[in-house]
Write a protein that binds this ligand. Structure first.
Ligand code: ADP
Ligand code: MG
Length: 138
C-alpha cells in the first residue's frame, strides 16, 4: 500500500557529499520524494524531533550532533514506505548494518549514522507534520 515516511540525511552524510547517492537509493527503491528541504536544525527543534529519546544517555550528544551542520529532510512515498526505507537504511549501528545498506555505506558511527527513517506509520505521520505542511507536497 502506498505510504509516506520521513527521512533525514544527517549532517555527517551531507558533509561528505552523499546527498545525491542517498537520494538515488531512495528513488531506485521506489521511494519517491514528495517534499524536500535542506535546513539547519536548532537545538530546540532537534530536541523536539527526538523527544521520545529524552531519557536516553545519548540524547544531548545526539541533538547537538543533529544541529552541527545542515540536514536534508524528505517525505518519501512508495509501497510500504516505512519498512522499505528501514530495510534500505540498515541497522542503527553502521558496523552491524547489512552490506549495501545506506548506513553500512555512509554511516560513520552509531550516532553519525547518515540517515533517519520513521519507524512506524503512526510516527511517520507525526514526523512529517513536524517539518512540513500539506501545501508543500508535490
Ligand atoms: P534508529 O535511528 O535506527 O531508529 P534509534 O531511534 O534507536 O535508532 O536512535 C535514534 C538515533 O540516536 C540513532 O539514529 C543514532 O543517531 C542515535 N543513537 C542511537 N543509539 C545510540 C547510542 N547507543 N549512542 C549514540 N547515539 C545513538
Ligand atoms: Mg528511531
Amino acid at each position: 500500500m502506498a505510504e509516506r515516511t520521513l527521512a533525514i540525511i544527517k549532517p555527517d552524510a551531507v558533509a561528505k557529499h552523499a546527498i545525491g547517492d542517498i537520494t538515488r537509493r531512495y528513488e531506485e527503491a521506489g521511494l519517491h520524494p514528495k517534499a524536500i528541504r535542506m535546513m539547519r536544525l536548532s537545538k530546540a527543534s532537534a530536541e523536539g524531533f527526538y523527544a521520545v529519546h529524552r531519557e536516553r544517555p545519548f540524547f544531548n550528544d545526539l541533538t547537538t550532533y543533529m544541529c552541527s551542520g545542515p540536514v536534508v529532510v524528505l517525505v518519501l512515498e512508495g509501497v510500504d514506505a516505512v519498512k522499505t526505507n528501514r530495510d534500505l537504511m540498515g541497522a542503527t549501528d553502521p558496523k552491524k548494518a547489512d552490506a549495501g545498506t545506506i548506513r553500512a555505506v555512509h554511516g560513520a558511527s552509531i550516532e553519525a549514522n547518515a540517515v533517519h527513517g520513521s519507524d512506524s506509520v503512526d510516527n511517520a505521520q507525526i514526523e512529517i507534520r513536524y517539518f512540513f505542511s500539506e501545501s508543500e507536497f508535490s
